[in-house]
Each structure stands twice: as C-alpha cells, then as structure tokens.
Design a protein around this ligand. Structure first.
Ligand code: BMA
Length: 328
C-alpha cells in the first residue's frame, strides 16, 4: 500500500471508477474532453491548463490560444472540477510594488502550485524567446509577477508543492527557441523564488522510444511514502512528427535530484479521437493532478492534441505499483 503524504482530503475530487476489466495504470474519463473548442469568445483552443481546489470548489489557470493563435492565460471556475466557466478577460500581472506590467507577447502551459496558502503560477513567458515566469496570487484576481527569475530558453517548469529544508525547488526543461529537438529535466533551488541556482540534472531523455527525444515534468510532484511521484511528458520523433505521451518517475525522498524508479513504459499514449485529432495531433501533455490522501485517488488533467483538456484517473497504489514493477 502506498500513501499520499500531504494528508489532505479532497472529498469532491472528480472521479469515475476504473472500467471493469481494464488493467492499465491510468484510465480516461468517459466524458472527455472536459474543455472543448471555443470555451469563450476570445479562445479558439484551451489545453495544457492547471486546476486546484479552491474554497470548496475548483479554480484553474487555463491556456487559451486566441483567434490569432497566440496563447494567453485565463482564470476558470468550476463547482465539480469538470464543468468550467472560463473568464472572458485574460490575466494581467502587476509587479512586486503593485504597478501594472505591460503584457508580454504570449503566455502558455501554466501550472498552479499551492505553497503555504499562496498560489504560485509557473508558465512559459516571452523574454527575447521563451522562458519560465512565476507569479503569486491569493485570490486569482491580483497576480504579482516575480522579476524575470529565469533566463531564456526554457518552456516547461513546475514547482515542488512545499519548501524542502527552507528552500523552493523547480523542475524545468531548458530548450531552444523553437520546437526543441532535445529536453531533459533539471532541478533548481531558490531561497526566494527570484534567484535560482544549484542546478542539477535529474532525468534525461530515454532509451525507450516513447521518450527518446525529450522528457519534461508535468504536474507538481506528489509526495508519497516511496518518494516524489512526478508525471512527465515524453516525446518520440516519428516520420510524421513528434508524439507526446505521459510517463512517470519517482524521486528519492532524501535527495530529490535522484531518480529512484523510472517507468520504462508510457502510462498513456495518444489513442482516442480527441488525442489523435486536433491542432497538433498525437499530443497528450499532463499539467495538473488533484489528490485525495485518504482514498489515494488521483485525477490527472492533460492537454490533448493542443486543442482540448482531458481528464484521467488512477490511485496512488495502482500507479506506484505499476511504476515499481516496470522500473528500468
Ligand atoms: C511543447 C509545448 C506544448 C505543446 C507541445 C506539443 O513543446 O509547446 O505547449 O503542447 O509542444 O505541440
């Protein structure tokens, strides 16, 4: 039996039981996708988005690719974590003194991480090319942006959901300015979320074909008695373009820069219509996981085909057992 260590209860976690006879590590929600095309009048497609429990309901920061294809971030509200109302106006940021900041050219692939009652948004932002930005909010109305914590180029970052020995930790995937044909997961450390250092390589792209080109962290790591569970995306380069699948690894609890188990199989790969058809076919990209510690339930949200948000389920026992049995 494996345990989720944060001890938090989320009685209303979105859930659907495992279909009878299904033997895989993760099963898809039968009513997917949960976010369809044109969720508001400005957004053509919404995917790669992050949801958290908030005041007994749910709130999220959504990637919304506009009618000119350029992505921005939007707040969305939901009573059940499945049906979302996405606000009409994109998020604007203020600096640490409260002064409004000019909009950057684009913003995408947000993660939302709660640490000690504050919600941190981490996303890919524009700074002479893609880089990682961080902002904080308490109310999802005022978003205070930190002063350029990362250099370009980097398009994928997520924070650990708690400080470890008084420090913040970020997993990120340094890149180039285009559709990067490489990608490994790095760990960085900070006292204050602005100055980052002590960078370490945590996991590199794999021998396995599904993640042979690049890997990157997905949702905020989940603390378990076996170590930190990290859902990842892994990319295969086929003759018809990149294919993004979902995988996982478990980091050592005493040294989070060390991989303890790494699953050699993907957990999910694009198979359904809403994953294999869309703006970018054959992409599934995990960005957020809700957990309920008492039941061990996990609800995993993922972008699908750069067009929709999908939802899938597992339990901590099932996923840890699968990763350990299939660890390379
Ligand atoms: C990645 C990111 C994601 C996107 C994926 C597939 O590099 O840019 O936003 O979902 O490519 O297009």
């Amino acid at each position: 039996m494996s345990k989720i260590l944060d001890g938090r209860e989320l009685k209303n976690i979105p859930w659907e039981d495992c279909p009878q006879g299904f033997t895989g590590p993760i099963w898809r929600y039968s009513q997917n996708p949960v976010i369809k095309r044109h969720p508001n009048s400005e957004i053509s497609r919404s995917f790669n988005s992050a949801i958290v429990p908030y005041k007994g309901e749910f709130i999220g920061v959504f990637r919304g690719d506009n009618l000119d294809d350029i992505p921005h971030l939007y707040v969305g509200h939901s009573k059940d974590g499945i049906n979302f109302q996405i606000e009409d106006k994109k998020i604007s940021f203020v600096d640490e003194k409260g002064n409004p900041l000019p909009d950057t050219m684009y913003q995408y692939d947000p993660r939302v991480i709660e640490i000690e009652g504050e919600y941190y948004i981490v996303w890919c932002d524009e700074l002479c090319g893609p880089t990682i930005s961080i902002a904080k909010t308490k109310d999802f109305v005022k978003f205070v942006k930190f002063d350029n914590p990362f250099l370009p180029y980097n398009r994928n970052g997520v924070l650990f959901p708690k400080k470890i020995n008084g420090k913040y930790y970020m997993l990120s995937r340094p890149s180039d300015s285009g559709h990067t044909a490489f990608g490994d997961i790095f760990l960085s450390e900070s006292n204050d979320l602005t100055y980052w250092g002590r960078h370490k390589v945590v996991a590199q792209k794999g021998y396995e074909w599904w993640c042979a080109l690049k890997i990157g962290a997905g949702p905020a790591p989940i603390e378990t008695d076996e170590g930190w569970l990290v859902f990842i995306h892994g990319v295969n380069r086929t003759c018809n373009g990149y294919v993004y699948s979902i995988g996982a690894l478990i980091l050592d609890k005493d040294d989070i820069s060390k991989v303890k188990y790494r699953c050699k199989n993907f957990l999910l790969t694009p198979e359904t219509d809403y994953e294999t058809n869309g703006f970018v076919p054959n992409v599934i990209f995990p960005t957020c996981a809700l957990t309920d510690a008492p039941s061990g339930r996990i609800a995993l949200y993922y972008g699908s085909a750069d067009t929709y948000v999908g939802l899938a389920f597992t339990t901590i026992d099932r996923i840890v057992d699968y990763i350990k049995k299939n660890s390379r």
